[in-house]
Design a protein around this ligand. Sequence first.
Ligand SMILES: Cc1cc2nc3c(=O)[nH]c(=O)nc-3n(C[C@H](O)[C@H](O)[C@H](O)COP(=O)(O)O)c2cc1C
Ligand code: SF4
Ligand code: SF4
Length: 253
Amino acid sequence: MIFYFSGCGNSRHIAETLSNKLNDTLVFIPEAARNNHYNYTLAEGELLGFVFPVYSWAPPRLVLDFVKQLQLSPKPEYVYFACTCGDECGQTEKIFRKALQEKDWGLSACFSLQMPETYIAMGSFKLDTEENARKKIVAADTTLTQALPRLLNREHFSEVHVGGFAWLKSHLINSGFNKYATDDRKYHATEKCIGCGKCVEVCPLKNITLEDGHPKWNGHCTMCMACYHYCPTNAIQYGKETEGKGQYYFGMI
Ligand SMILES: Cc1cc2nc3c(=O)[nH]c(=O)nc-3n(C[C@H](O)[C@H](O)[C@H](O)COP(=O)(O)O)c2cc1C
Ligand code: SF4
Ligand code: SF4
């Protein structure tokens, strides 16, 4: 069984590839949480996987909240995670390992995959060039292909790209991010909005409604940026931070 979260499709691509190759069931975390579905039964010896993007050098808060509530029987024997990041993961592994320990589950394997950047809602943060984005996807697919037999053989390994100043980023900056940088009040749609409803459809948290043909953000945002990136007319902006920065979602290039 694979529990996954994705805003812009990078982690969905990884989760779907794993699910196809391992013949495992996929569960989309926001949907399961919305339906209060926290109890699952694993088959004898079944692998338990988690796939998610790195948000501010840590697993997204909603993923950690889900793990806290998750009930599995029997106790999972082999647990792994694959995280996607634009660059580096900080203490993502340490934080996820601790979350599992609190359930009395171990972490057997983990690896990170660099994928195209999606976060552009602050100052100098920008997207990868199309060439770089393509290179990252090809390299990630190779890493994933190499990881598959290791998962099937239930190997224990840890290959997460930590990067510098990890504690500072994953704790100090991360807590600031969760407190202040997930505020959706800076999202707005410009006159380019054609009222198509794509933003409503792609929001994993169902945080957007259309009112008089324009999106309204309802205060339960995880800052995945899917609404911004998938808008067909690039009508959505986050304050002035996103102006002129372009769009990306998996499958677009
Ligand atoms: C809110 C937010 C925070 C992010 N923080 C990080 C980070 O700390 N380190 C990093 O390398 N990439 C970071 N990224 C980039 C994403 O982890 C990366 O693009 C990921 O593949 C997006 O996955 P998705 O398409 O499944 O949503 C962040 C992206 C978002 C939207
Ligand atoms: S996706 Fe863009 S164009 Fe469509 S309703 Fe949302 S803001 Fe408007
Ligand atoms: S409102 Fe936009 S950024 Fe926030 S969770 Fe929904 S799609 Fe993601």
